[in-house]
Structure formats: C-alpha cells, structure tokens
Design a protein around this ligand. Structure first.
Ligand code: 5GP
Ligand code: ZN
Length: 115
C-alpha cells in the first residue's frame, strides 16, 4: 500500500467510498464527481501506478479487471446501450490519481472525440 495514494486509502477503508464491487484483488466504487449518470472506477487493490507500469505478471489481473468492468457495466444497466471504458494514463492522458483505474461511464450518450 502506498501511503500517499488516495485509491490505496480507499482500498484500506481510510477514505470512505460507495462500493459497487469487491473481492480479494479488485475494488469498484462510484466516482466522487460523476461525469455521467453511471460513473464507476474499477481498480486493482494492489498499487499499480498506471497502465504504463503494468508488468507481464499482472496480465491475468488486467484481464480480470476488464472482465469485472464489463460485468459491472451490465449490472448497472449499460448492457443494452453500451458504455465507455476509459483508462487515463500519465500527464498527457489526463490521469490525476496515480493508481491504475478503469472508468465506466454510462447512462447517457457520450460525445467523441474527447477534449
Ligand atoms: P483520472 O482523472 O485519474 O482518470 O480519474 C480519477 C478519478 O478519481 C476522477 O474521476 C475523480 O473524480 C475520482 N476521485 C478522486 N478522488 C476520489 C475520492 O476520494 N473518492 C472517489 N470515489 N473518487 C475520487
Ligand atoms: Zn495506490
């Protein structure tokens, strides 16, 4: 666990969150500033800084994160209309929390391209 990482603190329960899913290696919770009617974050409990820092040994975990994001999106009602799955990465990618996370955005039609 990284002491200064907001999402590690959420994993540890030091910072409260509205959880959407949890198991021994994955946590999903509702974004504190939702950008769509459905806006959840799916994260590994283990601190991985970003997608750029994903290592070969984490490939299984990465697959399970994606699978969970898909399952959760369906559970939250996006199965029919779809959703957007976003991994902001690094400074140019607009990443503001340096703990790997997949955004699930849904519940409305989203525009493209992003800014
Ligand atoms: P990023 O910009 O790094 O892709 O996404 C970080 C996301 O984390 C943002 O959408 C932001 O609203 C969300 N966030 C930041 N701090 C907290 C928090 O303390 N609790 C929750 N639930 N979400 C947070
Ligand atoms: Zn962390």
């Amino acid at each position: 666990m990284m002491n200064d990482c907001i999402f590690c603190k959420i994993v540890d329960g030091v910072i409260p969150s509205k959880k959407a899913y949890e198991d021994d290696e994955i946590l999903a919770f509702h974004d504190i500033t939702p950008m769509a009617p459905i806006h959840c974050l799916v994260i590994p409990k283990k601190h991985i800084r970003s997608l750029m820092d994903l290592e070969a040994k984490d490939i299984g975990l990465a697959g399970r994160l994606l699978n969970k994001a898909q399952e959760l999106a369906k559970e939250l009602g996006c199965g029919e209309n779809g959703a957007r799955f976003v991994i902001n990465t690094g400074r140019d990618g607009g990443q503001t929390v340096d703990h790997l996370h997949i955004h699930i955005l849904g519940g409305r039609a989203l525009s493209w391209p992003p800014g």
